[in-house]
Design a protein around this ligand. Structure first.
Ligand code: SF4
Length: 231
């Protein structure tokens, strides 16, 4: 039996939307160390250790070796999975590229994955400016997130994107200006995705927005690309 045989939450067998320019599957890791009000994966976040045997993942990937380019590690928070490094090594040995979706709260894991060339692309959530981080995420993890963001900006070892979800009960135009200014200050050069909240079943039963973000009022001029989604 593999020494890293903890179950995962589940698997999406095919996506063309989650890894830029690649066909991929998504492994969903159960559990998260944040409690974002707008989280649309409450079952995964509160899903304990998951129930899908990791052996099912290996069987699936063996069969898809010549059909998919990549594997997305998502959740929940994939970096909390105790054997994420070993999992990534095995996925790499099978020949897949790897994308990591992360909230950035485990900078040592992110560094380790990059230093061992076990990840090719990262999507990092920038939840909120420091002063609103706890309000949006229910946690005090801003400093860890900031450490991950700084590392990614400075190392330039792999491409990464930053993304922020906006529900106007939680974030306003000033907050987005603050996030964009911070990214500029850190020398970020990728794409920042500002995603409008889409109403669904959420972790904290958020109501529909009364009004969405007024992106026409944002003034900060960026040296990087800002992509407003679903506005
Ligand atoms: S949206 Fe927040 S609570 Fe949900 S998985 Fe992402 S970091 Fe965790």
């Amino acid at each position: 039996m593999d020494k890293f045989n903890l179950p995962v939450y589940g698997l999406t067998p095919f996506t063309m939307l989650d890894y830029p320019d690649k066909t991929a599957c998504i492994i969903w890791f159960a559990g998260c160390n944040m409690r974002c009000a707008y989280c649309h994966n409450p079952d995964i976040v509160m899903g304990g250790k998951g129930t899908m045997p990791i052996t099912d993942i290996w069987q699936f990937l063996e069969k898809r070796k010549d059909l998919l380019n990549a594997v997305v590690l998502s959740g929940g928070e994939a970096t909390l999975y105790p054997h994420i490094i070993e999992i990534a090594k095995k996925i790499k040995q099978l020949g897949f590229d790897i994308k990591l979706d992360t909230n950035g709260t485990k900078p040592k894991i992110v560094k380790s994955l990059i230093e061992q060339k076990l990840v090719d692309y990262i999507a990092l959530d920038y939840k909120a400016p420091q002063e609103k981080f706890k309000f949006v995420t229910g946690t005090n993890h801003y400093n860890k997130f900031s450490e991950t963001l700084s590392y990614l900006c400075n190392t330039k070892a792999i491409p990464f994107e930053v993304r922020t979800t906006v529900h106007t009960d939680l974030l306003n135009e000033n907050d987005i200006e603050s996030i964009l200014a911070d990214l500029k200050k850190r020398g970020y050069s990728g794409t920042c995705y500002i995603q409008n909240y889409r109403h669904t079943n959420t972790l904290k039963n958020l109501n529909e927005q009364v009004s969405s973000l007024d992106i026409s009022s944002l003034k900060n001029k960026q040296s990087f690309k800002v992509d407003y989604r679903n506005f």
